[in-house]
Design a protein around this ligand. Structure first.
Ligand code: BES
Ligand code: MN
Length: 442
């Protein structure tokens, strides 16, 4: 096997699921392994404890007058469930058809390990890096980076840099260099619908009390109209149209509808009326129910009225939408639509603002030159629908833009069973990282 992949295979075996405290030891073991790895490159490394999982900082010897580049990544991963849908074990990296299958292979271990490998090769060949480097890897991205902003604030001086680079987004296709200049934000919420104080026999009591399952379904149905628009009052306040150059850049990528149909396997596409499929995913805000349930879910039937039902919601947000304000609006909306016979408990979850930068800025152009040098051909200029909550904080706390140079393919299955990372993308990522550092060097 390819020796360059050894370290990646090792990192992938840590089941570093940040949302599940049962896997805390694996998350920490992954952090410890990374510290040792960075030390072996001759970088100075610090593992910083936070109230959650540690932040790792690695740096070379900084030389005054040179550019300082901060590369960010995350070593935590999403849960691997449902386990039985994996064709090979979720935490045993397995190569099939040029892809490494494993939870975290693309999101984000494969992508930050490409940078690590790129740096390792430069150091081996040239003995030093062309820039002052700060490599920051955190372990809480998949739970909304709850401790990273305050970490940036307390370590502001140490983290002073000219620009941030992240590979944690997608490419429009294999071999097509892709520069992402915007991300959607996110705001999460859980709604619990409470009825009787105990589960009830649905024959004895059915008809006399409200069923929380029915009521959570009613509440869920109040969030959209029949044309896919979100009906929460104020939700679209201040949301702007695409600029002409964006529309042109996106249209030049060709029609995305057939590919999205194929990738999703959905019987047809559906979304907010009046917008193209790509605009719906990259530039329109949405309300999604990520989980819904209550009552009996096992085999056969059970005649019960559950005492409680719930739904978990996430909103994807675009510039001008404030995540906390969106949660306020949603809360007011649900209370206004509270069904009869139940009470609501509304639990606000994590939030992160959207991000858009100017791809025609000096750093944006440097990144695009690195992409062109690595991939040849035309570089795609896109926004993405996913969120990386800390990117906005890099701008607000450190005052710098983030260059998003993604290596995920459209069918990399992030967050889903059979997540995979293309070995070609890993090698391209190694060259991209090197090209980027050379482009950014003064
Ligand atoms: N790498 C993703 C974000 C992403 C994926 C951006 C694809 C663009 C294209 C990141 O790790 C992620 O999954 N973020 C979460 C954030 C959330 C849990 C706070 C997301 O978007 O759901
Ligand atoms: Mn993710």
């Amino acid at each position: 096997m390819n020796e360059e992949l050894n370290d990646l295979m090792t990192v992938l075996r840590f089941a570093s699921v940040s949302t599940n405290s049962a896997q805390a030891a694996d998350v920490r073991a992954c952090a410890d392994w990374l510290v040792t790895k960075f030390e072996s490159l001759g970088l100075s490394v610090a593992l910083h404890e936070t109230p959650g999982y540690p932040v790792i900082l690695a740096r070379n010897a900084h030389v005054p007058g040179r550019r300082t580049v901060l590369i960010y990544g995350h070593y935590d991963v999403q849960p691997a469930e449902p386990m039985n849908e994996w064709k090979s074990p979720a935490f045993e990296p397995t190569i099939r058809d040029g892809r490494i299958y494993c939870r975290g292979s693309t999101d984000n271990k494969g992508q930050f390990m490409a940078h690590l490998r790129g740096i390792e090769e430069i150091l081996a060949k040239e003995g030093k890096l062309p820039v002052n480097l700060i490599f920051l890897i955190e372990g809480e991205e998949e739970i909304g980076s709850p401790n990273l902003r305050s970490f940036l604030e307390t370590h502001r001086d140490e983290l002073k840099c000219d620009v941030v680079a992240i590979s944690d987004t997608g490419m429009v296709a294999q071999g097509v260099g892709t520069f992402t200049y915007g991300l959607r934000g996110i705001a999460c919420m859980e709604v619990r619908v409470k009825g009787p104080t105990i589960d009830l026999h649905s024959g004895i009591f059915g008809g006399a009390v409200a069923n929380p399952n029915t009521m959570v379904a009613r509440l869920a149905a109040t969030m959209h109209d029949s044309e896919g628009r979100v009906t929460i009052p104020g939700f679209y306040e201040g949301v702007k149209d695409l600029q002409d150059w964006e529309r042109e850049a996106w249209m030049s990528l060709g029609d995305s509808e057939p590919e999205t149909l194929e990738l999703t396997g959905a019987p047809e596409l559906f979304g907010e009326a009046g917008f193209h499929e790509r605009e719906r995913r990259w530039a329109r805000p949405t309300a999604e129910i990520n989980g819904i349930g209550g009552g009996y879910q096992g085999p056969g039937s059970k005649t019960v009225i559950p005492r409680e039902a719930m739904m978990k919601i996430s909103f994807r947000l675009v510039p001008s939408q404030n995540p906390e304000r969106i949660l306020d609006l949603a809360e007011a909306h649900f209370l206004a639509h509270k069904p009869t016979g139940v009470t609501l408990e509304i639990i606000r979850g994590h939030t992160g603002p959207s991000y858009v930068m100017d791809p025609h800025s000096a750093f944006g152009k440097a990144a695009q030159r690195a992409l062109a040098a690595t991939f040849g051909g035309k570089t795609a200029l896109i926004r993405e629908g996913g969120s990386i909550p800390i990117v906005q904080a890099f701008q607000e706390v450190l005052g710098v833009d983030t260059l998003l140079l993604g290596l995920a393919l459209p069918d990399s299955q992030l967050h889903a069973p059979n997540e995979n990372f293309s070995i070609q993308c890993f090698h391209d990522g190694v060259r991209l990282s090197q090209a980027l550092l050379h482009e950014l060097a003064l």
